[in-house]
Design a binder for this molecule. Sequence first.
Ligand code: HEM
Length: 383
Amino acid sequence: MRAIPTERGTCPFDPPAGMADEPLGKVRLANGDHVWLVARHDLVRQVLADTRFSSEIEGGFLGSPLRAVEPDAGMFIQMDPPRHTRLRRLMTGRFTVQRMNKLRPRVEQIVTDTLDALERRPRPADLVEHFALPIPSLVICELLGVPYAEREEFQEAGARLLSLTSTVEEQEATLMRFAGYLAGLIDRKRAEPGEGLLDDLLDTDLSDDELIGISVLMLVAGHETTANMLSLGTLLLLRHPGQLALVRQSPDAARTAVDELLRYLSIVDVGMFRRASADMELGGQVIPEGDFVTCSLAAANRDPALVDRPDELDVTRPKSPHVAFGFGPHQCLGQNLARMEMEIAYPALFRRLPELRLAVPLAEVPFKNDMAIYGVHRLEVEW
Ligand code: HEM
């Protein structure tokens, strides 16, 4: 029986080998659980669109068994309707394309300032620490109204919560500490309101525990994912100079490229667990009530039924209905923001540093096979 999580194969940009061998089949998790792995684009969308495949679960990685749970307050990624609907509705209007476009000049300024600082650094420099991580961290701090000087609180917590090698106890302790920090931040905001999204949420019917849960979710989801796309996407483009030249050329080319990079890299892959809350029919198979299912977004995004030549990177490809941001009611809340950050950051980097190159052999790049979200830990570059 196949086992997951699996390291990405001989090519670090491809899905793990064997992931798409069967569209639907049983796999073994490191904790011994057996779950259904869904690896075909249409079936993945079917699972993610249907909330009878419940998100109210925890476990799967880190040796902890998958089980149905009452979700923690505010953690709407782990909720089914109607709990999910109430919180998601509160947030959706704040993340529309129009709202994000208002942020565009500020994101452009953040990218320019980050590149100014990077250019002054001794070479080689780590592109993760000095480019990919600061940009989404600064943006999410401004958006939420979290002081950037306190970024270690969420960057460290995020890295620990997404690690596949920390223990359950370490994760619980991290979450407690992080929640403590956020409770203090919310108290400070009550005493002295600011201008961020969290300040706005103080005027809603959310409880403090809900506010803390939402903040944990937004801070972790809001920086680590985009940071991984910025660094891994840059590395991929450095290996495809012709495609990189196209991304550098024009904002329109960069806009098209972003969705192809998301599709091709699928940095969120097999952590998308769901639980059948009734007997469910999927691809001619009955998934019995209580069984757990996980979706390989990477396999779905390389499905030949989705695009022609799925294993070829083509940044001029018309936008495809890929599932790198998930699908259905839980589809990524921050996708408009993430797209905008990438559309601005990639071409700005390649224009500012036209001689940008990897400073170490590819084999020495530390890929994040030990994390729930894929990327690189460090990326040493010269220019
Ligand atoms: C390239 C960057 C990103 C990727 C690849 C990504 C991917 C995803 C995926 C696959 C899901 C679906 C999870 C599920 O169905 O269980 C998701 C949900 C979510 N993402 Fe993102 N994300 C990114 C950036 C962001 C950003 C910048 C934010 C914050 C502003 C964010 C906030 C969220 C939230 C709050 C959810 C939960 C939505 C819900 O349950 O209704 N993400 N993301």
